[in-house]
Design a protein around this ligand. Structure first.
Ligand code: C5P
Length: 224
C-alpha cells in the first residue's frame, strides 16, 4: 500500500555499525545489524520520499528504490552524510557510529608479543551533532538513544545537545529491543517536551510511526 506522506521530500538515513581500523586485518566495531535503519529506508520509499541510505557494513539486502552509499568508518560516514545533508529535508541517524577510533592505524599486521598491549584511541566526529549545527529551519533531525541506564534523562539531553526534533530511545537491555532483533520497544521524545511510549512492535511498524511523526513535522513547516 502506498502512502504519499513524504512525497517530494528527501530523507537521509545513516545505518549500521562503523568499522575503525587497527591494522590491515583488524578493526573495532559493535553489534548493530542495520535493521532499524533499513526498515526506515524501505518505509520512507513507500511513503514517496527520495531516500539516501548511508550505511556501514551490514548483511542486509539494499532497500529497493533507495540510493545506497556504502561506507566503513565514522569519518567516511560523516563525510557522506555531510555531503547529502544540504539537500535533505530530514536526517534520521540510526547508525551505531563508533565514538572512538585507534589513534594510529598500523600499516602492517601487529604481531603478538609478550606482555600487555595498549591501544590508544581518539574521538570520532558525532555526525548528528555536527549536522545539528548546520540544520536549517525546514530540516528535521531524528536521533536514536540506545541506552542501558537513565534512558529518559539521556534522551532529553540528546534532544538539546544534538539540536534534534525527535529522539527515539530504547533500553537495549530489554528483551525484544535493540540490536539484532526484528522488534523494538521505543519511546519517542519530542522537542516540545511530549513523549510517545510505544509497546513492543516490529521494526517495520516502529519505522512507520517515526516517519509519520517526521511527515507531520515537515508538513507543519510547509504550511508556515
Ligand atoms: O551520543 P549518542 O552516541 O548516544 O547518540 C546517539 C545518536 O547519535 C544516534 O542517532 C547516532 O546515530 C548518532 N551518532 C552520530 N555520530 C556519532 C555518535 C552518535 O551520528 N559519532
Amino acid at each position: 500500500t502506498k502512502n504519499w506522506g513524504l512525497s517530494g521530500k528527501t530523507v537521509l538515513i545513516t545505518a549500521g555499525p562503523t568499522r575503525e581500523k587497527i591494522d590491515p586485518i583488524r578493526f573495532l566495531t559493535n553489534h548493530s545489524t542495520g535493521k532499524m535503519g533499513y526498515a526506515i529506508a524501505e518505509e520512507a520509499v513507500r511513503m514517496g520520499a527520495k531516500v539516501i541510505l548511508v550505511s556501514g557494513p551490514v548483511s542486509l539486502a539494499p532497500p529497493k528504490g533507495a540510493e545506497l552509499i556504502e561506507v566503513e568508518s565514522a569519518e567516511e560516514m560523516y563525510r557522506a552524510a555531510l555531503e547529502y545533508f544540504a539537500k535533505a529535508d530530514a536526517l534520521i541517524g540510526t547508525a551505531a557510529v563508533a565514538d572512538y577510533r585507534p589513534k594510529y592505524i598500523q600499516k602492517d599486521k601487529m604481531k603478538k608479543k609478550e606482555g600487555e598491549q595498549a591501544l590508544e584511541l581518539e574521538r570520532t566526529k558525532d555526525i548528528l551533532f555536527e549536522l545539528g549545527k548546520r540544520k536549517e529551519a525546514h530540516q528535521v533531525i531524528v536521533g536514536f538513544a540506545a541506552e542501558t541506564t537513565e534512558i529518559e534523562k539521556h534522551a532529553i539531553g540528546k534532544l538539546a545537545r544534538k539540536n534534534a526534533d525527535l529522539i527515539i530511545a530504547n533500553d537495549v537491555k530489554q528483551k525484544g529491543a535493540g540490536f539484532g532483533v526484528d522488534t523494538n520497544i521505543v519511546t519517542i521524545y519530542k522537542k516540545d517536551g511530549s513523549k510517545l511510549e510505544l509497546p513492543l512492535m516490529a521494526k517495520t511498524e516502529v519505522a512507520r510511526r517515526i516517519l509519520s511523526e517526521v511527515s507531520l513535522l515537515l508538513k507543519r513547516d510547509d504550511s508556515l
